[in-house]
Ligand binder design. Structure first.
Ligand code: TTP
Ligand code: MG
Length: 388
């Protein structure tokens, strides 16, 4: 069984218009339309977005600006500042990264987070969402809506349900009940064309779809049919892909000249272990598989790996394991040209019950303190004896 996931979808409310209102208090509470210049009703182009106040007049994104003008000539029409919105978007993503390293930005104003491994640091999953909303409000002055659910698709649907300033949680045991009454078009991949075909078959809601056989859907829509069938039952394994979903962290060094002296090689390896464990801690990971890479004179390259019973990001663990791998490696009296250390099989730092082990926690505190000192004074200020 796959572990239950907690996915958050954040979508800013009336994004461009809200930024404009924030920066021009005189606009607040008024209908604000961002888009093409209406030129007193003769303008061409469309509405990018509008404030919720303007939506009361029937104005919406992608509507011709001339129609928007006709519906509400007294609205504040702005051409917008894309550079500014991009900057604010970046600020929001930075805020989100405080709550999980797994953040996937999907458009200028929306992102997914996988908080399965990190929510305990902040309270319940619901409390994480409240904290995200508060922090975005406090730091950017803007409101967002959030969906919290076991899958990406349902989180996205949930965030749209109580806009603006909404927060909707769909618990795993309620996922099917949540999906069944919804219109089929909310399912990912169902556009106007597919919807029309489904409607012709008498399928309007997800419930209608879920009672059809998988084979029937496959015969109609090919591979997509299987995907629709899964989605209608809440099955959606798609993962939150952060910009750099890191698979491994490694550092290597080439000696200025090929080396035979084991002490020098061990010193270099210890330094590489320090660098790798620094990066693991900084990026919030622990690793279970540590790999030694050795290139000998003549360019033959070898790797030796060990998988640990428990993940770690402590440099002394890496140094111990790498040292052992190196001791068991036969150089056949050849000189070494390059060495490398790789940490893979990564998990997010707080995934395991790290708070249960007091000793471990203290050790982590020490490492964090060392990291801080290094940040301040440079990495050479504290190095374990062997790598000095
Ligand atoms: P959306 O999130 O779709 O809309 P929104 O944030 O304005 O409003 P909502 O509260 O419903 O989420 O899009 C985000 C921004 O992208 C929006 O502020 C402007 C821009 N955009 C366009 O320029 N053209 C469009 O057709 C749409 C849909 C959005
Ligand atoms: Mg939005």
């Amino acid at each position: 069984m796959k572990k239950e996931r907690l996915i958050v979808h954040v979508d800013m409310d009336a994004f461009f218009a809200s930024v404009e209102e924030r920066d021009n208090p005189a606009y607040q509470g008024k209908p604000v339309v961002v888009g093409a210049d209406p030129k007193k009703g003769k303008g061409r182009g469309v509405v990018s977005t509008c404030s919720y106040e303007a939506r009361k007049f029937g104005i919406h994104s992608a509507m011709p600006i001339s129609i928007a003008y006709r519906k509400c000539p007294q609205a504040i029409f702005l051409q917008g500042n894309y550079e500014k919105y991009t900057r604010v978007s970046g600020e929001i993503i930075s805020i989100l990264k405080n709550f999980s390293p797994l953040v996937e930005q999907v458009s200028i104003d929306e992102a997914f987070l996988d908080i399965s491994a990190t929510y305990k640091l902040f309270g319940t999953p619901y409390e994480v969402c409240v904290a995200i909303k508060n922090r975005i409000k406090k730091e950017t002055g803007l409101a967002c809506s959030i969906g919290l659910a076991p899958t990406k698709m349902s989180a996205k649907i949930a965030s749209g349900l109580r806009k603006p300033d909404g927060l909707v949680e769909v618990k795993a045991e309620k996922l099917i009940d949540f999906l069944l009454p919804l219109d089929v078009e909310v399912l990912w991949g169902i556009g106007q064309k597919t919807k029309t075909i489904l409607n012709q078959m008498g399928i309007y809601t997800i419930r209608d779809l879920s009672v059809r056989s998988k084979e029937e859907l496959i015969s109609l829509f090919g591979k997509n049919g299987a995907w629709f069938w899964d989605l209608s039952r809440g099955i959606d394994q798609s993962e939150v892909i952060s910009e750099h979903t890191v698979k491994s962290i490694s550092n290597e060094a080439t000696f200025e000249k090929d080396i035979r002296d084991k002490i020098i090689i061990e010193k270099e390896l210890a330094l590489l272990c320090e660098l790798v464990s620094d990066r693991l801690r900084k990026e919030g990971f622990k690793s279970r598989t540590i790999t030694l890479k050795i290139r000998l004179e003549g360019f033959q390259t070898y790797t030796r790996a060990v998988t640990l019973p428990e993940p770690t990001n402590f440099s002394e663990d890496l140094i111990r394991e790498i040292k052992r791998l190196f001791e068991n490696f036969k150089t056949n009296n050849k000189r070494v040209r390059l060495v490398g250390v790789r940490a893979s099989n990564l998990s997010i730092r707080d995934e395991e019950s790290l708070f249960k082990d007091e000793n471990k926690e203290k050790k982590e505190d020490v490492h964090r303190a060392i990291d801080k000192i290094r940040e301040k004074f440079g990495r050479s200020s504290i190095l374990r004896a062997i790598s000095v």
